[in-house]
Ligand binder design. Structure first.
Ligand code: AMP
Ligand code: ZN
Length: 142
């Protein structure tokens, strides 16, 4: 973990080197509007310290982030008048992660807005899988 990564866009937003439409901050977390929104009010929630993704973020920081999530999501939904929202968090280039400073997307949703969930539409439906074998492999990895 680096306190700050000099090459990281989100660290630059935290330090003020780069501008952003900030909607919430406290000592440890910051929320700002996504510059390429999927819907009006699409917001990113990040820790102020730099961690690449979910697996490198200490549990205490994750607790802090997740505790802030409903507070920020509630304001986003109320402020935009949305009916609901999705929370998305990507890890690794294969998942679509582009910025390697952990973040949660809060995407306001409305009935019939036509927004798909990437991991569903890409597959076009559920895959064939041997659930018991897969579950065994995952259990063995703990
Ligand atoms: P991800 O694909 O989960 O890594 O998402 C990164 C998100 O950061 C994308 O949705 C980008 O639109 C957003 N983003 C990149 N640069 C900026 C920026 N300077 N200010 C706000 N959002 C940004
Ligand atoms: Zn960073």
């Amino acid at each position: 973990m680096a306190e700050k990564d000099p090459n990281c866009i989100f660290c630059k937003i935290v330090s003020g080197e780069l501008g952003a439409e900030k909607v919430y901050e406290d000592d440890e977390v910051l929320a700002f509007l996504d510059i390429h929104p999927s819907s009006r009010g699409h917001t990113l929630l990040i820790p102020k310290q730099h961690y690449d993704g979910l697996l490198s973020t200490p549990p205490e920081m994750l607790q802090t982030l997740v505790a802030a999530l409903p507070k920020v999501a509630s304001a986003v939904v109320t402020g935009t008048g949305a009916e609901g929202f999705n929370v998305l968090q990507s890890n690794g280039p294969c998942s679509g992660q582009m910025v390697f400073h952990i973040h949660f997307h809060i995407v306001p949703r409305n009935s019939g807005d036509g927004i798909g969930l990437g991991f569903r539409s890409a597959l076009g439906g559920p895959i064939e899988d041997d659930l018991s074998k897969t579950a065994e492999a995952v259990r063995a990895a703990f």
